[in-house]
Design a protein around this ligand. Structure first.
Ligand SMILES: [Fe+2]
Ligand SMILES: [Fe+2]
Length: 340
């Protein structure tokens, strides 16, 4: 059995608004995302069950290995799994959509996704066409006392992404947008989670996943603000019961607001480049400029990504290596360009 199939999270369902349940999984064991981003606190795959008086909907699902846990949680909440009417796929990536094929086999539910998402569900998850309904931007469905509105928000960070808005309670389900890798806390207001930590996790997540799509983030952010959500429920990390905190931070990040700040990235073979980097570090500091200096030999990618969000200047120091840049400098130059 592969490691992924042994995944266990033990997260209990939480009803955080009347008949709205967090039913996702916490993955404290996971150490990397995209085989690149380190996860010191693991991550979570948040999934949400919304029960109306007439119909029931599940918003997003879970990562491979957590399907049975999700089924085990929603079955008693529904009374019978067959009472699941809709599965909403805000994003087609496997960390949120992998349980969809199994759930569709066990129920008569219809999969709702954006037009692009519907194509991807068919292509990637081999979902039969008759089980999928593509929703239009701004379309609503009534569950009985609860109305879900779908808002297209493409390229956060795949082309099919959308948000789901529960109108009566003003809860916005944003999938990866506003996400943070954290398997410890379910809500932003838990005593064990400081505001600084909450923002740091979200900032790192934004830098590594959303920053390359900043133009699209800006458009999506305006849409979010127009809905004035009372709760923002992303699919990684804590649910925001005070969305104003994260909205204020996101407004800076999506806007590309920079500080008088410099990042020095260097690699040194005989300490000469290191000396130059140190000299620049001290000289810039004397000018009152915030400086972050990283030796590329042992830098922390997550920290660097977070720093890139609001820096004005990047300085690169490399010795000549086989008539070119040192390979570490090439690697990080490329990475910085990819993160945009
Ligand atoms: Fe994603
Ligand atoms: Fe994700």
């Amino acid at each position: 059995m592969s490691k992924i199939n042994q995944a266990k999270s033990h997260a209990k369902p939480v009803e955080f608004s009347k008949n709205v349940f967090a039913v996702g999984s916490k993955d404290a064991e996971r150490r990397f995302f995209d085989t690149l981003i380190s996860l010191p606190k693991g991550t979570s795959y948040n999934s949400y069950l919304v029960k109306g008086t007439l119909k029931n909907a599940l918003i997003d699902t879970v990562n491979p290995g957590f399907e049975d846990e999700l089924i085990g949680k929603i079955t008693p909440l529904l009374g019978d799994l067959k009472k699941l009417d809709f599965i909403i796929m805000n994003h087609a990536e496997p960390d949120h959509s992998n349980a969809i094929p199994k759930l569709l086999k066990l129920t008569k539910a219809t999969l709702l996704a954006s037009e692009k998402g519907a194509q991807m569900a068919e292509q990637y998850y081999k979902i039969p066409k008759e089980r999928i309904r593509a929703v239009k931007n701004n379309e609503t469905i009534a569950l009985g006392g609860k109305t879900l509105r779908f808002i297209y928000a493409p390229w956060l960070h795949w082309p099919e992404t959308m948000f789901t808005f529960l109108e009566e309670e003003k809860i916005l389900f944003t999938c990866d947008f506003f996400g943070g890798h954290n398997s410890n806390e379910t809500f932003d207001n838990e005593k064990t989670l400081t505001k600084e930590e909450l923002i740091r996790d979200a900032k790192e997540y934004f830098a590594e996943i959303m920053m390359p799509f900043r133009a699209m983030c800006k458009i999506a952010f305006q849409k979010v603000k127009a809905f004035s959500p009372k709760i923002i429920a992303p699919s990684h990390g804590p649910i925001y019961t005070k969305p104003e905190v994260i909205l204020e931070e996101y407004s800076k990040w999506v806007g590309g607001e920079t500080k008088n700040k410099a990042i020095i990235l260097y690699v040194s073979m005989w300490n000469s480049t290191e000396k130059m980097a140190q000299h620049l570090n001290d000289a810039l500091k004397k000018e009152g400029i915030e400086v972050r200096t990283y030796n590329m030999l042992d830098l922390n990618l997550d920290e660097l990504a977070r720093d890139l969000i609001d820096t004005k200047t990047i300085l690169l120091g490399s010795p000549t290596f086989l008539n070119s840049l040192h390979p570490l400098a090439m690697h990080y130059l490329n990475l910085v360009a990819q993160l945009k």
